[in-house]
Every structure is written in C-alpha cells, then in structure tokens.
Design a protein around this ligand. Structure first.
Ligand SMILES: Nc1ncnc2c1ncn2[C@@H]1O[C@H](COP(=O)(O)OP(=O)(O)OP(=O)(O)O)[C@@H](O)[C@H]1O
Length: 324
C-alpha cells in the first residue's frame, strides 16, 4: 500500500498509518454496451489527493471524470484497481462514511414541493455535526429565499441550493461535480470565496469543472483525464512544464512580399523579440502582442498532443498488425 504523511490532519488507515484521504491505484471501470462489448470509461487511472488539498479533475466530455467521482463516492463499483477514500473502500463503506463526505452531483435530484430552509433542516438531521442552516443559506447567496419552494428557484439558485446540500453535513471531504454550471459571474466569484473558506478550514475538495479559470482559482493541483487516463498532473503554475509555458509574440507582418501575414514567435525573451521587431522602439508592428499561455491554452495543447500521440500509436499498431 502507498502511504504518505501530510502536515494537515492526516487520516488514519486500517493499520493506523496516515494515508491520503483519496488514493486511486490502477482504477478501471467498464460499462457494458448494447453490442455485447464493453466501454472502458476509466482506464488504469492512478492519483491521490492530500489532506486539505483542493484537487481539480479536468477533461473533455466523456473523459471519465464523473465515473471516477462516482466510484470515489461509493456509488459505483470499480471493474478493477484499488480505491481508498478516508481509509475505506467506498462501495463497501459503512453508513458512517456518508456522514463524512459531501456531494454536489452534476444533476440535482428532484426536490418536490419542499422549501429551501426546510429541505436543508431535513437533511441536517442525518448528520452528527451539521452546519447551521441560516448561515449556510447566506454563504451560498440564497438570503431571503428560505421559505421559497425549491421548484420555483431559478437554475442558478437551484445550483446554489445543491451546493448547500453538499455542505450541510460539514464534510471532511467534499466532491463538487461541475458545481458552478448555470451560475452568473457574480455568483461564481461568491462560490469561489465559499470554497476558499472551506479549504482554509481544512476541507479536502475534489472538483470537476470545464471552467479552466475556476480550476486555476481554486485548485492546488490539477489532473487532466482523457479517454479514462490521466495524461497530465501538476499545480496550476507548473502543469505542462516550461516548454508549453513559453510566451508568444504575435504580430502582423507587413514587410515581406506578401503583407498582412500573421506571425508568431515562441520565446523565453519576449522583450528582445519586441525590441527587434520594433527596430529598438522606433516603429510599431501591426497588432503586436505578447501573450503568456493561459491554463486553457496549456490544457488544449496537452489534449492535442495526447490526440496526436494516440493517433500515431494506433497507426503504428495497425501497421505492425498488418505486417505480423
Ligand atoms: N451508466 C453508464 N453506462 C454506460 N456508459 C456510461 C455510463 N456512464 C457513463 N458512461 C460512458 O462512460 C464515458 C465516461 O463518462 P463520464 O460521465 O464519466 O464522463 P465525464 O468526463 O464526466 O464527462 P462530462 O464532462 O461530459 O460530464 C462516456 O463515454 C459515457 O458515455
């Protein structure tokens, strides 16, 4: 068993050894398909999440993020591999496990005719140390909506209530599956503050999102999944490595035989390139810009590289198969 000691409130495993709250080792999940085959949604995936860390799982639609999260929550059983969450195997865990985790699913469950505060009160009764309902309503920005029927909330307000439902039990470990879909920009920023507050309290958070700025704002580390595999992992400042982070100088070249050509130079010394292009500052190349790659640029580049490598591998396998 891989074990790691961490500074912030380590969880204790079966043998009393401190372990990461989440350890995923060679996880594979296959779904049966209608054509009596299988779809491998998660493929030999390994990663761990440290105590008190916010970890973002990123990846395109269908990459296997929700499947992974559902296995971590105990809602699905792995086909193979080992998963440990808070020191237990989630799908076999005792009911007390549920009280220690908070879940915000991608899709809200039907709330019937319940009202905001009463739904949270009802849920709070299941937890040994729930959060105060009125404080939570304020924290998620639903002030004044206490007695409104859930069915009449707007999409974004409903999503905020989902987040409140995930937090009501005061969880040690919080799963957020695309939590801010449908939020307006203001509400997203308020939500980020809420998450930062939870992180400061020591809550371990696993987040999936398609908003790269959200991942950059919230995550200590990021993992990129595609085709069920982890293709890159790192901090928002280091993901992709120095090569993908080099600044780009772009301009429109009007000097050559064909004026108006868009140019780009990738460089570690953008000031030097600008100096050269502007003849020491004496002229202005058209649309001259220096751009540092954003997390989104790096993410897209990593996915592109993965696609190219996979295509190359497939064609190599095909050729090798044809000649063997
Ligand atoms: N219950 C299921 N039965 C069969 N196939 C499934 C099931 N759930 C998911 N899949 C398939 O597994 C793959 C991974 O899906 P998953 O929902 O985990 O992806 P995701 O990364 O969360 O995608 P998104 O960003 O769109 O939410 C997809 O091809 C999906 O169609």
């Amino acid at each position: 068993m891989r074990t790691t000691a961490f500074n912030a409130s380590p969880h204790t495993g079966e043998a009393g050894i401190p372990v990461s709250p989440i350890e995923v080792d060679s996880l594979t999940k296959e779904y049966p398909t209608t054509k009596s085959g299988v779809l491998r949604a998660v493929n030999n995936l390994s990663f761990s999440v440290r105590a008190g860390e916010t970890y973002a799982l990123l990846g395109p639609n269908g990459a296997g993020k929700s499947t992974t999260i559902e296995i971590l929550e105990g809602h699905r059983k792995p086909t193979s591999g080992r998963v440990s969450v808070l020191g237990t195997t989630p799908y076999k865990a005792a009911p007390s496990f549920r009280a220690r985790i908070g879940i915000v699913l991608q899709e809200a469950t039907d709330a019937g005719e319940l009202r905001v505060a009463e739904s949270l009160q009802a849920l709070a009764a299941y937890y040994p140390r729930p959060r105060a309902v009125d404080e939570l309503i304020t924290a998620v920005g639903l002030d004044g909506k206490d007695s409104q029927r859930i069915s009449t909330l707007s999409g974004g307000q409903r999503r905020r209530l989902d987040v409140a439902m995930g937090l009501i039990g005061n969880p040690e470990l919080l799963f957020l599956d695309e939590p801010t879909t449908g939020f307006d920009p203001d509400a997203r920023r308020a939500f980020w503050e809420l998450i930062r507050g939870l992180r400061a309290e020591g809550t371990t958070i696993v987040l999936t999102t398609h908003y790269l700025d959200e991942a950059e704002q919230l995550a200590d580390r990021l993992g990129i999944i595609t085709d069920g595999r982890l293709i890159a992992e790192g901090t928002p400042d280091s993901l992709g490595g120095p090569e993908l982070r080099r600044p780009r100088v772009t301009w429109i070249d009007d000097d050559g035989a064909h004026p108006g050509i868009a140019r780009e130079e990738v460089t570690e010394r953008p000031a030097e390139v600008v100096h050269r292009l502007s003849d020491g500052g004496s002229r202005e190349p058209r649309n001259l810009q220096v751009r540092v790659p954003t997390l989104e640029d790096i993410y897209l580049e990593l996915l592109k590289q993965h696609k190219e490598t996979s295509a190359g591998q497939r064609s190599h396998d095909h050729t090798a198969g044809a000649t063997s």
